[in-house]
Design a protein around this ligand. Structure first.
Ligand SMILES: Nc1ncnc2c1ncn2[C@@H]1O[C@H](COP(=O)(O)OP(=O)(O)O)[C@@H](O)[C@H]1O
Ligand SMILES: [Mg+2]
Length: 472
């Protein structure tokens, strides 16, 4: 399914723009995303333009250099990258090359790359209906608490309150930062009046109920909501999501049909901008699906979404659900995690299980140190028959008997001992395979990319120094 001939045929069926091209004239990178080679020097193995992937490898085992960077460099269409690093990472290695393909949008509210602000994005654009506002509120909750704590009373009530306030701000054409004022003053009637004036009477009544409820309860709910929205208090962060007269607005709907690149950079943890990063990535993927439906089903060229460090900076709550329909729309997510457990912590056991099952491509690299997970993988790879010969001696002489027994093809200890640069590929419809990864720095053209990456990294340092100098 994933070898050159099959992947080319598949690309022709998935991408109308390639349908009439002669197979020999299609560039390999247009046929799918390179995952590695089969064995040391075997054929190239690619994910198709309807696959959805999850990659799990320990830190420094090649997630960014072997998956994120090469797939971004060869992407035929728009690209989205989330990351918590810039210098010497995917951002610096790809930003120059991608500027040649289309426009580069960098959202860097926490100054990971010390990028000067050259865009703004409106998170409330998608929050003009109840499901959209609820999703946006969900991003703030998920960025702050683990899946196991997101469903208690205070979390749920705070999420409902944020939903109502986002909805009110969106309905009234206000910036998202106006919500901070309402959170600080629960007695302010403005959001309730706006909701009513916009026919959102049930939500208005619910918000009214919270505001006029027992004071301790109300204050508890509002304080929880304030904690979730705390990153917006930072003016350096807020400015990226507040309308600007001079800077261009990033519009997810236009992005889907562009050849542009969106770099979404954030630190990890509570109070970080990761809620906004997740919200932006979510908005991009959903807008792309809507666009694909308008375009007759699939985006061509497809949208590549590299969710690097996803459990740290891109905790989209319903990513597991999204997985079941993104691929068929030409929106190709690659969620990159350090361990299965990291995914469980972020999406809950059931959520991670759902994402794992929905992923048509699973890439498992070195450093899997979780015994249960290694055993699960070993069982997925399956068993084979092994002939076993036993000798016995009896009064009638020596005899030899042959029996068959079942053995794991890849025992758990071998999975845990996978060397750096190798990965196990589990893909729907094909036998498990051992891949040789292909980091960008060992590919043709590495010298130029290395040089560009070093220059970009130096530029980050310069910008950081200039700021420190200006502040001193
Ligand atoms: N340009 C390069 N040349 C040689 N090795 C590199 C280069 N860039 C990164 N590496 C090495 O590749 C390994 C994998 O890095 P990376 O893909 O960033 O890991 P991660 O899985 O944490 O994303 C690291 O050990 C790193 O030192
Ligand atoms: Mg990395």
């Amino acid at each position: 399914m994933l070898l050159p001939k099959e992947i080319t045929a598949k690309a022709k069926s998935l991408r109308p723009s390639l349908a009439s091209a002669k197979p020999g004239s299609i560039r390999p990178q247009d046929t799918g995303i390179l995952l590695g080679t089969l064995g040391e020097r075997g054929p190239e193995v690619r994910a198709s333009w309807e696959d959805v992937a999850v990659a799990i490898m320990a830190p420094r085992s090649g997630k960014t250099t072997s998956l994120a960077v090469p797939s971004i460099l060869s992407a035929p269409g728009p690209v989205l990258l989330t990351s918590n690093k810039a210098a010497g990472d995917a951002y610096t290695a790809t930003v120059d090359a991608r500027s040649a393909t289309g426009r580069v949008w960098t959202m860097d509210p926490q100054q990971i790359a010390h990028t000067e602000q050259a865009m703004w994005w409106d998170p409330l654009h998608d929050a003009r209906d109840l499901p959209g506002a609820r999703r946006l509120a969900g991003h703030f909750v998920t960025a702050s608490v683990d899946a196991s704590n997101a469903t208690d009373f205070w979390s749920t009530a705070a999420a409902n309150t944020l939903t109502a306030l986002f909805l009110a701000a969106g309905a009234d054409g206000r910036p998202i930062t106006d919500v901070l004022g309402w959170l600080a003053q629960p007695a302010d009637r403005a959001p309730i009046d706006i909701l009513k004036a916009n026919g959102l009477t049930a939500i208005a009544a619910q918000l009214q109920g919270t505001v006029s409820g027992a004071v301790e309860t109300r204050d508890g709910i509002y304080e929880t909501a304030r904690q979730y929205a705390a990153c917006l208090l930072d003016p350096g962060i807020a400015v990226w999501v507040t309308p600007s007269d001079t800077l261009p607005e990033f519009k997810p709907a236009d992005f889907a049909t562009s050849r542009d690149t969106l770099f979404l950079l954030s630190k990890d943890g509570g109070g970080s901008a990761s809620a906004l990063i997740a919200a932006a990535a979510d908005s991009v993927m959903r807008s792309a699906v809507v666009q694909a439906e308008r375009d007759g089903g699939r985006l061509d060229p497809p949208l590549l979404c590299i969710l690097d460090e996803a459990a740290n900076v891109c905790k989209i709550q319903d990513l597991p659900d999204l997985y079941s329909h993104l691929g068929s729309r030409g929106v190709i997510p690659i969620t990159i995690l350090q361990s299965y457990r990291q995914g469980q912590k972020c999406w809950g056991e059931a959520g991670m299980d759902a994402m794992w099952s929905a992923a048509t491509i699973k890439v498992l690299g070195s450093g899997i140190d979780d015994a249960d997970f290694a055993d699960k993988l070993s069982r997925l790879v399956g068993e084979h028959d092994v002939e076993s010969i036993s000798h016995s001696t009896s009064e009638s002489g020596r005899s030899t008997s042959t029996s068959m027994r079942q053995e794991r093809i890849l025992p758990p200890d071998q999975i845990r001992a996978l060397p750096k640069g190798k990965a196990l590929l589990l893909a729907t419809g094909i036998k498990p395979a051992l891949l040789q990864l292909r980091p960008w720095y060992k590919e043709p053209g590495a010298a130029a990319i290395g040089k560009a990456s070093a220059a970009q990294t130096a530029a980050i340092t310069d910008r950081a120094r200039a700021k420190a100098g200006a502040a001193a």
